[in-house]
Design a protein around this ligand. Structure first.
Ligand SMILES: *Cc1c(COP(=O)(O)O)cnc(C)c1O
Length: 323
């Protein structure tokens, strides 16, 4: 069993990934503030390399391997952004990469992963066990398996986004973070505890896949069937053995938002801030916009986790209506 990461691990991760990952901008919007009655600080991981925060955890996890293992290579299973992240991190650090991806992943994500030089193995999201496939490939090839969230170096790497955010904004009252398997939320919560004591941290999930909320409130990890939601980066079935205890200890609550609220937020970012944010990337913002978390009068960090969405799909989703 690997040890749970702490804030010191996030600080080490920040040192390892410096020069490889971008320090992404923190953006504000007077329109968003007027709409919510809060001061919102958007951490724009849609501008991270490969278009999502996953590059942070991937880069840290690969950098933490010993040289011989890195040369043998790594394998990862992912619904998309983790795949691209490991693929690019592998190319930059000289590690051969094999990626196990769902057959129905957005074509832009599959193409980008192959474009970074990774070998892609496809599986059926609704029938196959991707973890078993990943483990078998790892054993056969002596590869290191880098999971998308439940790994100390991945959690610590993801936490560097919140570290940068709070360094840039100063103390926050609230921090809103999307929740899939909980790597980003757990890493963010470690940073909030260390850098902004008293900051309430909320996880935000799609309504259709509220396993995290049920787990958080019941104290036991709840598993669900693959949820059908626009938020493809949060179609996880359960929190991790490492992420769950950190989330239980440090997070205030987990709330949910509808797919319609995600589309509204996507439209807002496109129309008002000229940014493409993918549906999963809008979870935290949608919680502020809908009032799922009461942000009025508060200084609020909002992590926009990624921007990878097929443009045709994006146009189809936001076409019609105005923000
Ligand atoms: C992976 C991902 C998430 C969920 O992150 P977890 O660490 O699994 O909770 C959210 N948004 C985007 C864009 C992602 O790629």
């Amino acid at each position: 069993m690997l040890n749970a990461p702490d804030y010191a691990a996030v600080v080490r991760a920040a040192e390892r990934i410096a020069g490889m990952a971008h320090r992404t901008p923190v953006m504000t919007s007077r329109t968003a503030d007027a709409r919510t009655g809060a001061s919102l600080f958007f951490k724009c991981e849609n501008f991270q390399r490969v278009g999502a925060f996953k590059f942070r955890g991937a880069t840290n996890a690969l950098a933490a391997l010993d040289d011989a293992q890195r040369r043998r290579g790594v394998v990862a299973f992912s619904s998309g952004n983790h795949a691209q992240a490991i693929a690019l991190a592998g190319r930059l650090q000289g590690a051969p990469v094999t990626i196990v991806m769902p057959r129905d992943a957005p074509s832009a994500k599959v193409a980008a992963t192959r474009g970074y030089g990774a070998e892609v193995v496809l599986y059926d999201r609704y029938a196959d066990d991707r973890e078993a496939i990943g483990r078998a490939l790892a054993e056969a090839g002596g590869l290191a398996l880098i999971p998308p969230f439940d790994h100390p170096d991945v959690i610590a790497g993801q936490g560097t986004a919140a570290k940068e955010l709070i360094e840039d904004t100063g103390p926050l009252d609230l921090l809103l973070v999307c929740l899939g398997g909980g790597g980003l939320l757990a890493g963010s919560a470690l940073c909030a505890e260390a850098l902004s004591p008293g900051c309430a941290v909320y996880g935000v999930e799609p309504e259709a896949g509220n396993d995290g909320q049920r787990s958080f409130r019941s104290g036991e990890i709840v598993s669900i069937a693959v949820p059908r939601t626009l938020a493809d980066g949060a179609q996880t079935q359960a929190l991790g053995r490492l992420t769950f205890p950190i989330i239980r200890r440090l997070v205030t609550d987990v709330v949910t938002v509808s797919d319609a609220a995600l589309v509204d937020a996507m439209r807002f970012f496109a129309e008002r801030m000229r940014m493409v944010v993918e549906p999963t990337g809008c979870l935290a913002a949608a919680a502020a916009f809908t009032g799922a978390v009461d942000v009025r009068g508060k200084r609020v960090g909002v992590v926009l986790s990624g921007g990878n969405v097929d443009l045709a799909r994006f146009a189809e989703l936001i076409g019609g209506g105005t923000a």
